[in-house]
Ligand binder design. Structure first.
Ligand code: ADP
Ligand code: MG
Length: 280
C-alpha cells in the first residue's frame, strides 16, 4: 500500500507565475487510508490529486510517496487515477478495448487482461456493453468506464477525481456501493475528491479545502458537527445524516454516530439497550 505526504508544498500554474493554488501545504495520508477531499469548485481538489499523481510538480516543498520524494510521473506504477470529464480520458472507440488499453501498457499477458477487463466491466455494470462504442455511452456510463479502467489495474493506490460529477439517480447509488466494495475487496490507499457529502461521509477521513487551504481534517462524523463550515463550503447535508442528528439530540445515538445508510440500518437491525428511551 501507498503512503502520501505533502511537506510545505507550494504550487501555482503557468510555471509559478499565477497566484499559488497551494502555499506551504502539508498533508499526510497513511498507507491504506480512505480519504475524501471536499471543497467548493476552484478550491484545489483536482490540482491536489494531480500533484499526488506526479502530473504536476510543486515549485517548492516536496511530495513523498512511501517516504521517497516523488519525481515527475513517478506514482504511475503505484496509483490508478480517474479524473472527472471522461471524454478526455477515453482512449479507445470500443468499451472493452478502453479498459484493456491501460493493462496493455502495464505489459500484462493477454489472458490476464481478458479476465481483468471482464471483471472490471462487470463490477461497474458495463459488461453487457463491452463491445459497444465508447462514445455512445452516457456521461455517467463513461465515468463508470474510466472507473473500470482504474479498477482493472489493481494498483495499491486509487485516486478518483469527483467520480460522481456526471452521475445522477440510481447510478449514483451504484457507484457509491462500488466505492465501498473497492475497499472491502482489496484494501488500498484511496483518495477521492467530491462535491457531495453523501460520498465524502463514506470515507474514514474527510479533508476540506477552501482556496487551497486545509480548513478541516478529521472524521466525517466530526465534520458534520461543524455546521458553519459545512454551510460555508456550500455542502448539503444528506437526509440520513440529518436523521442521525435528530436521533443524537434525543440521546438515542452519539453525535456523528449515524451518518450513512449502513449505520442507520445497523442501528435498526440490532436491538440495543437504548430501546427504553425510544418510548418517550
Ligand atoms: P477544484 O478541483 O476544487 O474545482 P482546481 O484544482 O481545478 O479546483 O482549481 C484550483 C485553482 O487552480 C482554481 O483557481 C483554478 O482556476 C486554477 N486552475 C486549475 N487548472 C488550471 C490550469 N490548467 N491553468 C491555470 N489555472 C488552473
Ligand atoms: Mg476539480
Amino acid at each position: 500500500m501507498v503512503s502520501i505526504e505533502f511537506n510545505k508544498v507550494t504550487f501555482s500554474y503557468q510555471d509559478g507565475t499565477e497566484e499559488p493554488v497551494f502555499s506551504d501545504f502539508d498533508l499526510s495520508i497513511t498507507a491504506g487510508e480512505w480519504v475524501a477531499i471536499v471543497g467548493p469548485s476552484g478550491s484545489g481538489k483536482t490540482t491536489l490529486l494531480k500533484l499526488m499523481k506526479g502530473l504536476l510538480q510543486p515549485q517548492a516543498g516536496e511530495i513523498r510517496i512511501n517516504a521517497t520524494v516523488l519525481a515527475a510521473g513517478e506514482l504511475n506504477h503505484l496509483a490508478a487515477c480517474a479524473f472527472a470529464n471522461p471524454e478526455n480520458q477515453i482512449v479507445s472507440p470500443v468499451v472493452a478495448e478502453d479498459v484493456a488499453f491501460g493493462l496493455e501498457n502495464m505489459g500484462l499477458a493477454p489472458e490476464t487482461i481478458q479476465v481483468r477487463v471482464e471483471e472490471a466491466l462487470r463490477w461497474v455494470g458495463l459488461w453487457e456493453r463491452a463491445a459497444h462504442f465508447s462514445h455512445h455511452l452516457s456521461g455517467g456510463e463513461q465515468q463508470r468506464l474510466i472507473l473500470a479502467g482504474a479498477l482493472a489495474q489493481q494498483k495499491k493506490c486509487l485516486l478518483l477525481d469527483d467520480p460522481l460529477c456526471m452521475v445522477a439517480g440510481r447510478s449514483r447509488t451504484e457507484i457509491l456501493n462500488l466505492l465501498k466494495s473497492i475497499q472491502a475487496r482489496e484494501p488500498c490507499t484511496m483518495v477521492h475528491t467530491t462535491h457531495l457529502l453523501e460520498e465524502a461521509l463514506l470515507a474514514e477521513r474527510l479533508v476540506a479545502l477552501e482556496n487551497g487551504t486545509l480548513v478541516f481534517d478529521d472524521s466525517p462524523g466530526r465534520f458534520l458537527q461543524e455546521k458553519e463550515l459545512v454551510e460555508q463550503l456550500g455542502l448539503e447535508v444528506p437526509a440520513i445524516a440529518d436523521l442521525g442528528e435528530m436521533l443524537a439530540r434525543r440521546g438515542l445515538v452519539e453525535p456523528g454516530e449515524v451518518i450513512t445508510l449502513e449505520q442507520l440500518l445497523e442501528l435498526l437491525t440490532v436491538p440495543g439497550p437504548k430501546q427504553d428511551n425510544e418510548k418517550e
